[in-house]
Design a binder for this molecule. Structure first.
Ligand code: BGP
Length: 475
């Protein structure tokens, strides 16, 4: 058995990481426009609106807003069947709580989707990819506030209605489960717009915000199906499988618990209710969620059609004995896996883990799976002949595509498509820098914001073009 005939080979990006034009066409300020720049292990934070420097990376991005025609043409040359992007909420609702949408913002995505469709490229759209209107953070406290559910549902309804004839595949929240790692600053600040006060119970807030987001996601699924029953609306989960560091039974159990703590989000998305182990955990932690009967009903009715997920790396865990039984502490218990290599940013490279992840989802939910992010972040060099020989990226992608095929051919997993991350170089979400590159298309711009923004094909461009042309047959 080989890949589906109409397998969706594509590329993925997110609005705030490449569009730039942060104030064009009536766009409002999003959290992504006012975050600190990280790098060197420093997490990014939402500021009080004060920006770190005038070359703030997301403000210009790679200027995709003005150059999308040139870029979509390159995607067509690459042979992409689909293109995953997100809609910047602030282009449609600059503040987030308005009733009437901003027409110029809606028109931009109409034009972008038309341009893709012109070349037979299917748009795949995420509603909330690590951003939200900054006004909703300052005025309402972000997703700590139940009102977000209605603001988000209204946003979803408006874009579903507008693009119902152009977009079929949707995802609600990018990497919704990333916030499970609430000890760190970056993840909770992005989709959720949470700014923690000193002394606040971060964990409690995370679970509450996540609950509202899950209800909002379910509500969007229900609305979307009414607007167009053909819609396929998926979840988007950050999947980094957590292995036991050894076969010691307590390591094994720690890995099971760690997986539960990170991946219960997909249980709610796919099964329509909270799993028992999270309910027990919340009880033990004395976390009482604001969860109404209506919420429970919405969750049960708004189940997703497919599971979109990102896969970059795997983790390993050992039982340190320090964390209370079955309440593992991610910051203490994760360890390095000596069987795999790491990228410069410490991301553990593990292609087999992709097959493992595909099987994990398949066994658990038996839903179609869509690998909507996978890729290798590196500092690419342009050589004296002006070429970019990113053989390491080809090696990474090839190994992962092979494992994806193994999951399809040997394990019978239903995979809809594969969209490598950052198909064109863009601003890194984790660091805010340009020089952690993923693209098969290079963009001339450095961390200081200097460069011509010229696009150049890397060696991986031709490699990926051939993979698509042959539907992954000869890797
Ligand atoms: C995922 C995000 C993307 C993206 C990618 C790579 O978590 O969905 O937005 O940026 O990771 O991460 P980074 O940019 O930090 O290298």
């Amino acid at each position: 058995m080989s890949l589906r005939e109409k397998f969706l080979w594509g590329g993925a990006v997110a609005a705030h990481q490449l569009e730039g034009a942060w104030q064009a066409g009536g766009k409002g300020v999003s959290v992504a426009d006012v975050m600190t720049v990280g790098g060197n292990g420093v997490p990014r934070r939402i500021t009080d609106g004060i920006l770190p420097n005038e070359n703030y990376p997301n403000h210009e991005g790679i200027d995709f807003y003005h150059r999308y025609k040139e870029d979509v043409k390159l995607f067509a040359e690459l042979g992409l069947k689909c293109f995953r992007t997100s809609i910047a909420w602030t282009r449609i609702f600059p503040k987030g709580d308005e009733v009437e949408p901003n027409e110029a913002g809606l028109q931009f995505y109409d034009d972008l989707f038309d341009e893709c469709l012109k070349y037979g490229i299917t748009p795949i759209v995420t509603l909330s990819h690590f951003e939200m209107p900054y006004f909703l953070v300052t005025e309402y406290g972000g997703w700590r506030n139940r009102k977000m559910i209605d603001f988000f549902a209204h946003f979803a309804e408006v874009v579903f209605t507008r693009y119902k004839g152009k977009v079929k595949y949707w995802m609600t929240f990018n990497e919704i489960n990333n916030q499970a790692n609430f000890h760190e600053d970056f993840a909770p600040f992005t989709n959720s717009g949470l700014r923690f006060e000193i002394g606040e119970n971060r964990e409690e807030l995370m679970y509450q915000a996540a609950h509202y987001e899950l209800v909002a996601s379910a509500k969007a699924v229900i609305l979307g199906k009414k607007i167009n029953p053909e819609f396929q609306i998926g979840s988007m989960i950050a999947m980094c499988p957590i292995y036991p560091a050894t076969c010691k039974p307590d390591d094994m159990m720690s890995a099971t618990v760690a997986m539960q703590r990170r991946y219960w989000f997909s249980d709610v998305h796919c099964r329509g209710h909270y799993p028992s182990y999270i309910l027990k955990y919340l009880e033990r932690q004395e976390i009482h969620l604001d969860k109404t009967e209506d919420d429970v009903m919405l969750l049960s009715k708004g189940k997703v059609d497919y599971i979109g997920f990102s896969y970059y790396m795997s983790f390993a865990i050992q039982d340190t004995g320090e964390s209370p039984a079955f309440d593992y502490d991610e910051s203490k218990d994760l360890v390095e896996n000596h069987y795999v290599k790491s990228s410069e940013w410490g991301w553990q490279i593990d292609p087999t883990g992709l097959r493992y992840a595909l099987n994990w989802f398949n066994e658990r939910y038996e839903l179609p799976l869509f690998i909507v992010e996978n890729g290798f972040g590196a500092r690419d060099e342009v050589n004296v002949s002006g070429e970019i020989n990113d053989y390491y990226r080809i090696e990474y992608l090839k190994a992962h595509v092979k494992e994806m095929k193994n999951a399809v051919e040997y394990d019978g997993v239903d995979v809809i498509g594969y969209t490598p991350w950052g198909i064109i170089d863009l601003v890194s979400a984790g660091t805010g820098e340009m020089e952690k590159r993923y693209g098969v298309i290079y963009v001339d711009k450095n961390n200081r914001g200097e460069g011509t923004l010229e696009r150049k094909k890397k060696q991986s461009f031709d490699w990926y073009r051939k993979v698509i042309e042959e539907n992954g047959e000869n890797l």
